[in-house]
Design a protein around this ligand. Structure first.
Ligand code: AVJ
Length: 336
């Protein structure tokens, strides 16, 4: 396959450029810095450097999630392909996800797959992976979309062109607060057609030591990933966050059943954010949350999905019971 034809099969639509997204980030950033717990919206984590660091996280020995998910997909991908008959594979928050290839392989071998639609906020990462996939799978076209999985669900290619499988892997859904997660699942249920399916990766509640170790790796890659949010805010908003005044902290919150991930001020001080026209005062020991990573239980999740209009048809775990992959359909789609 020549380079030119690989490029023709890898199209990238930019629904949201970094320039579009930036102003849209100001408001939520302002709001979350004024919340009861100070917080930076987790999208600040995923600039180009952040996406590269996350890719490194997926290879850390402590970060079991992608390997457990891979174990499940290797066993189940053929059945998923047979069941869904997908002609389009949409991947939300695609990144460089290696596990996607397990789905692509199975759907490609089943012979139904025509197109791959990865959606991600990081344009550079998306371009690279769109090229790579187009090169590796000569029979399919790649139609990448730079966008937001919470807002661009109804604008995706492949609609009305046969069964779609929409995949949301890696337990990225855990980054959403329960309320956000509910509205995301409802929007998704509304966007799924009668022949479409939804495949979701979910990290499960387990031994706290292992959960905490996954976000406190010995090489400090996760810390660098989280600190990069401060660097991004300093760069984009001219803020004066000083890394030396914060320590990294990631701990289990047993009440909410999520990992609480962020930084803690070592001493009282003020950070100014000129673009937002605010000064933010930190007390000594005050936390600045950068993301949450919720962990799930089967029964609770199935109820939550049902309330959103999704029916979980299958629930698969790895042998250790660390991670789950759920296959769901919508109760809201006409005739479904
Ligand atoms: C990309 C959301 C799945 O929550 O485990 C990894 C992000 N943060 N290490 C997760 C993350 C710190 C990750 N997700």
């Amino acid at each position: 396959m020549s380079r030119a034809s690989t490029e023709q099969r890898a199209r990238v639509d930019v629904l949201r450029t970094a320039d579009d997204r930036r102003p849209a980030l100001y408001e939520p950033t302002l709001t979350s810095l004024h919340g009861e717990v100070k917080e930076l919206p987790s999208v600040w984590l995923y600039d180009e450097r952040g996406s590269a660091l996350y890719d490194e996280i997926t290879r850390l020995p402590e970060y079991y999630l992608p390997r457990r998910e891979g174990e499940i997909l290797r066993v189940r991908a053929a059945a998923i392909a047979r069941r869904t008959q997908a002609r389009t594979l949409v991947e939300l928050g695609a990144g460089t996800a290696k596990n996607t290839r397990l789905l692509l392989d199975a759907l490609d071998s089943a012979g139904t797959l025509e197109r791959f639609v990865p959606l991600d906020v990081s344009e550079q990462t998306l371009r690279a992976s769109a090229q790579a996939i187009a090169g590796a799978y000569p029979r399919i076209s790649v139609h990448a979309v730079v966008g937001d999985f919470e807002r661009d669900l109804r604008r995706l290619p492949g609609q009305g062109q046969g069964p779609r499988l929409i995949a949301f892997l890696g337990s990225t859904i855990g980054n959403l607060y329960p309320e956000q997660r509910g509205s995301f699942l409802r929007t998704l249920a509304g966007a799924l057609g009668r022949d479409d399916s939804f495949l979701l990766g979910l990290d499960l509640i387990k031994d706290i030591t292992r959960l905490e170790a996954a976000y406190n790796d010995s090489r400090g890659v996760t810390e660098a990933f989280v600190r990069n949010a401060l660097t991004a805010v300093n760069g984009e908003l001219d803020a004066t966050f000083d890394q030396r005044r914060f320590v990294y902290e990631a701990g289990w919150d047993p009440e909410h059943e999520w990992m609480d991930i962020g930084l803690r001020a070592l001493q009282a001080h003020t950070v100014s954010i000129p673009r937002l026209e605010i000064d933010v005062e930190f007390d000594e020991d005050e936390a600045l949350r950068v993301e949450i990573s919720s962990k799930f239980r089967r029964e609770q999740f199935e109820l939550e999905a049902a309330r959103a209009g999704l029916r979980v048809e299958s629930w698969w775990t790895d042998r250790a019971g660390d991670f789950a992959v759920a296959l769901a359909t919508s109760d809201l789609s006409a005739g479904g």
